[in-house]
Design a protein around this ligand. Structure first.
Ligand code: BGC
Length: 645
């Protein structure tokens, strides 16, 4: 303290007399300031004596203390080896034989301290991640093969990439209006929605979602699944569109209507059915095969719209299945309806539970026959590539032992080979299989407590017997997103997730690091493979050679939405593709088309309704023309005879 406070001489608070020239302020416990005087002008002889005496006394005390300490030290060393000994310098210790809490704080306050990655684990992790590397060269080889298989699919049926014609010959521009129903069977969930298209690129959507019961995914009969879907539509209408559900406007069976039902005042429904279907009309198509864990052989080869309509009619709902839509086609339509600017969207793609893409192709490039009616005026048609089955023959796709193992144990071995390396349903399983092979190796210290016992949580790593790590499909891909996003120094978020999701308790930092590396390698490969598909379609469109800017792509699905930097990794790979390059990649705009499939299905239902109107208008015109022709036969010209045809 340096504050200079001068106290009055009449009331000296200090020990010595004399004038006080300076004082140090001292803050007391109570915060009150005292003044300590310093300095004297003359020293009294008695004071000198007192000081000398005090000094001698102090030296004596210090010397005595030094000797005592030394003795205590020696004694304690000598006596401590004796079983009945006690130190002489302290009272006997009281030892309480009770459990001792080594960490007295309720929660550890310091982060765990771990040793560097143990070599075996580090080496093995490196060896495994290297197998998931997908180089720039691989990307380019992939693109060339993708283009080849695309063309093959446009030339003939029965190829690995189906290149399904969808009968959708144009994309919307945002001015479409109306209220439509849409249902979406895409994987684990079934969604029912009603969509009001406002005509200004906006829409209002009401929806309900229900998980598809596992037993129905592998039901014996198609009607078990489709009956369930129809009942969900009924529930939705009751809850959200009571006005349309009144008995008075239920579908009336009539003999006058072509399909036996009066079609007035009914909902047009777009049916998003996200499985490979051979389409032969806007609301007609037979199921080629099931994917994503579904397996109901009874439905294969049947018209899925008819299967749904039958069940809807059993419940006499005021609903007509007007359009059959793949989720990628829906995504493409929705993106086109809502996307900013005048550019129409080229591609709608899903990177979710499954993966696939639908794009706009020139009719001139489709060489296989297109049966049935469609509007040829646009010169284009949307093609559902079913790219999940790209390169089922493994000409260029990577095939680690874990990829092969996953395929071998799946419900559809040899099929959807591209999807099995790209989509959310499979990525977690690839990671799991790679980790299990590490776990099986006794030389690798993954989740073995070798690391975690050396950290100061003093915990033991344990994996519960029923951990997902030991079960097929037991590792959800969402854990991979958490791993990729965890940049905390100790991977604390991921380690918590390993506990919550996989019941792996007290994993070490090194375990989490190994998990993250393997998982990121699998995720990165998936993104680069996705770029192969996107890049090939951009090249096929020829749009990079025109001035059209940007090249718009709508994407949806949990992977592209939630996996950190998935889109960035796609861009990075697009930039290395011959014919695209960094400049071309910049012209590609990949945007999320959230809930695309529902909105898209509504838009296609609208197109279908317009086609129906045009159809009936055409039919009416034909009938009128026919009547006129007949009448003109009836009304004879001068001197002519007449007959009724
Ligand atoms: C299906 C496609 C679908 C994709 C995304 C694939 O398994 O075969 O039809 O578009 O998943 O849902």
């Amino acid at each position: 303290m340096t504050a200079a406070a001068t106290a009055p001489s009449s009331s000296p608070p200090g020990p010595g007399p004399g004038p006080q020239v300076e004082g140090d302020d001292i803050e007391t416990c109570g915060g009150v300031k005292e003044s300590r005087q310093a300095g004297t002008s003359a020293i009294h002889p008695s004071l000198v004596f007192i000081h000398l005496f005090s000094l001698a006394f102090l030296i004596l005390v210090l010397t005595a203390q030094f000797f005592l300490t030394d003795i205590k030290f020696h004694y304690s060393r000598i006596f401590s080896s004796h079983p009945f000994s006690r130190t002489i310098s302290s009272p006997p210790a009281v030892i309480v034989h009770e459990p001792v809490c080594e960490s007295p704080q309720p929660f550890p306050t310091a982060p765990p301290v771990s040793r560097v990655h143990t070599m075996a684990l580090a080496e093995e992790t490196k060896r495994i991640t290297a197998q998931f590397e997908y180089t720039d060269d691989d990307v380019n080889k992939g693109v060339q093969e993708f283009l080849r298989q695309m063309h093959e699919g446009l030339d003939k049926d029965g190829t690995s990439m189906s290149q399904i014609v969808t009968y959708v010959t144009g994309v919307p521009n945002g001015t479409e209006k109306g209220l439509y129903l849409a249902v979406d069977l895409g994987g684990t969930n079934f969604r029912v929605c009603s969509i009001n298209l406002n005509g200004d690129s906006t829409f209002n959507l009401t929806y309900s979602k229900v998980a598809v019961p596992k037993e129905l995914m592998v039901a014996k009969k198609a009607e078990d699944l489709f009956g369930f879907l129809a009942r969900q539509i009924e529930l939705f209408l009751k809850e959200h569109h009571e006005e349309h559900f009144e008995a008075s406007i239920r579908r009336r069976q009539t003999i006058s209507a072509e399909d036996g039902y009066e079609d007035e005042e009914i909902f047009r429904l777009g049916f998003t059915f996200s499985f490979p279907v051979m389409q032969f009309g806007i609301n007609k198509g037979t199921l080629i095969r099931w994917t994503k864990g579904f397996d109901i052989p009874d439905a294969v080869g049947k018209d899925v719209c008819a299967l749904l309509q039958q069940e809807i009619d059993k419940l006499r709902l005021p609903v007509k299945v007007a359009a059959l839509v793949n989720d990628t086609v829906g995504t493409l339509m929705a993106r086109s309806y809502t996307s900013p600017g005048k550019t129409s969207t080229l591609l709608g793609a899903i990177f979710g539970t499954g993966t696939n893409g639908a794009y706009v192709e020139k009719l001139a490039n489709i060489h296989k026959p297109i049966t049935g009616e469609y509007n040829q005026s646009t010169g284009e048609m949307v093609i559902n590539t079913e790219w999940g089955s790209f390169d089922n023959q493994l000409n260029v796709l990577p095939n680690t032992k874990w990829d092969a193992e996953l395929d071998r144990d799946s419900v559809n071995p040899g099929i959807q080979i591209f999807e099995k390396r790209v989509s959310g349903m499979f990525l977690g399983e690839i990671v799991r299989l790679a980790l299990v092979s590490m776990l099986k190796d006794p030389k690798i210290s993954l989740f073995r407590d070798v690391n975690s016992s050396s950290n100061d949580w003093k915990s033991t790593t344990t994996i519960a017997k029923d951990s997902g790590i030991f079960e097929q499909w037991g590792l959800d891909s969402s854990v991979m997103s958490i791993a990729a996003a965890d940049h905390t120094p100790e991977y604390s978020i991921l380690r918590q997730e390993l506990e919550n999701e996989l019941k792996i308790y007290s994993a070490s930092k090194e375990d989490a690091q190994a998990f993250k590396h393997v998982s990121c390698a699998v995720g990165r490969r998936a993104a680069r493979l996705s770029a192969v598909a996107v890049g090939a379609i951009v090249l096929q469109s020829g749009k990079l050679k025109t001035d059209e800017d940007p090249i718009d792509i709508g994407v949806d699905g949990s992977l592209v939405e939630h996996y950190p930097f998935f889109r960035d990794m796609i861009y990075e790979a697009l930039a290395v593709i011959d014919g695209i390059g960094p400049e071309g990649a910049k012209r590609i705009r990949i945007g999320i088309a959230k809930d695309g499939s529902g909105v898209g299905a509504a838009l296609i239902a609208l197109v279908a309704a317009n086609m129906e109107k045009k159809d009936s208008a055409d039919r009416l015109t034909t009938v009128k023309e026919e009547a006129v022709r007949k009448l003109s036969n009836v009304i004879p010209g001068v001197g002519e005879k007449t007959t009724l045809a």
